[in-house]
Design a protein around this ligand. Structure first.
Ligand SMILES: *[C@@H]1O[C@H](CO)[C@@H](O)[C@H](O)[C@H]1NC(C)=O
Ligand SMILES: *[C@@H]1O[C@H](CO)[C@@H](O)[C@H](O)[C@H]1NC(C)=O
Ligand SMILES: *[C@@H]1O[C@H](CO)[C@@H](O)[C@H](O)[C@H]1NC(C)=O
Ligand SMILES: *[C@@H]1O[C@H](CO)[C@@H](O)[C@H](O)[C@H]1NC(C)=O
Length: 166
């Protein structure tokens, strides 16, 4: 029973590892779970990240203070919060999927955009997927290698427990 549990847990973790290796990342805007706030340098944050199609943005904030609106470039530059494209604000732990290869612009209304509460995100095409049928493709082999390393590390760590109990 215990061994079965361990195996089940292992399979769940394996699924998570594979999912993480495949992409579809979530980006915590500003670098943390509660960082949609005026004291964060979002230009610095977004230039350190790579955004790919289907990735998610997570905005964590005090909904009584701030909001999140998708706007066009002009509105982003000038902090215009009327006639926005999308209102992303819900409960203050809000997500948004980047579905196209383009630049996205987000601001907070209520004047906070003028204090720097705005971010521009440049979405790139999905990186080439690891494919076992093209082993000569350099970037694919690197990705495969990464998955193998993760699996090996994980197996080394967990297998003693499974052998012990199962
Ligand atoms: C944010 O960081 C960038 C790069 O380090 C810097 O050039 C810019 O002046 C900073 N912006 C603010 C508002 O501090
Ligand atoms: C951006 O949106 C504003 C407000 O809706 C609009 O007046 C302006 O024409 C738009 N600019 C562009 C370049 O689409
Ligand atoms: C955005 O949506 C939220 C939740 O539905 C709502 O409370 C808020 O008033 C909206 N903001 C704007 C600027 O429309
Ligand atoms: C990898 O292979 C795919 C499909 O053959 C190709 O489109 C892609 O450009 C290749 N990538 C590299 C880095 O060679």
């Amino acid at each position: 029973m215990d061994g079965l549990m361990k195996t089940a847990l292992w399979l769940v973790s394996l699924a998570n590892i594979l999912k993480a290796a495949q992409g579809e990342n979530i980006h915590f805007v500003g670098g943390g779970k509660y960082n949609w706030a005026p004291n964060v340098n979002f230009t610095e944050w977004s230039s350190d990240e790579h955004f790919y199609v289907k990735d998610w943005l997570y905005f964590g904030f005090d909904k009584n203070m701030y909001n999140v609106l998708e706007v066009n470039e002009t509105s982003y530059e000038k902090c215009i919060d009327t006639d926005f494209i999308t209102n992303i604000t819900k409960g203050g732990r809000d997500v948004f999927q980047l579905s196209e290869v383009r630049q996205y612009f987000f601001i907070s209304g209520r004047g906070f955009c003028f204090n720097g509460l705005k971010v521009a995100v440049n979405v790139e095409d999905v990186p080439p997927k690891p494919s076992p049928s093209s082993p000569k493709n350099a970037s694919s082999s690197i990705s495969c290698c990464r998955v193998c390393l993760l699996l090996t590390a994980f197996w080394t760590f967990v297998s003693p427990f499974i052998l012990l109990l199962g």
